[in-house]
Design a protein. Structure first.
Length: 119
């Protein structure tokens, strides 16, 4: 029985030290003013974040739709400009053919970019 007394005293000491540490940690957590109390957290904070995220997604989708509309408008303007350029090139080719025909018949002479009418 004398041999078990030191073991029992050691067990009580370790239990006492462990209990004291648990009480100190709990007391520190209870008295710590830097922590956030559960009751201080707004109940609708997650809902607000979800609403803000949904609004941001909606704003971005609206912006993408706006950019797509602008792209369609720019594409139409580009197609119109290409058609006008094609028409202008066609007219230029017709003028060049007319000048070449007049020059071949001897009606005009072209020299250094100047046109002379032959009589």
């Amino acid at each position: 029985m004398h041999k078990s007394i030191p073991a029992i005293l050691a067990a009580f000491a370790m239990t006492f030290i462990t209990g004291a540490i648990v009480l100190m940690v709990g007391g520190n957590a209870l008295l710590n003013s830097n922590g956030i109390k559960v009751s201080d957290v707004p109940a609708n904070s997650q809902t607000t974040q979800v609403d803000q995220t949904a609004q941001q997604i909606q704003d971005l989708q609206n912006q993408v739709a706006e950019y797509q509309a602008r792209e369609t408008q720019y594409q139409a303007q580009l197609n119109d400009a290409a058609n006008r350029l094609s028409t202008a090139n066609s007219q230029l080719q017709q003028y060049q053919m007319l000048l070449a025909a007049l020059q071949n018949r001897g009606i005009i002479t072209i020299d250094d970019g100047r046109i002379f009418i032959n009589r």
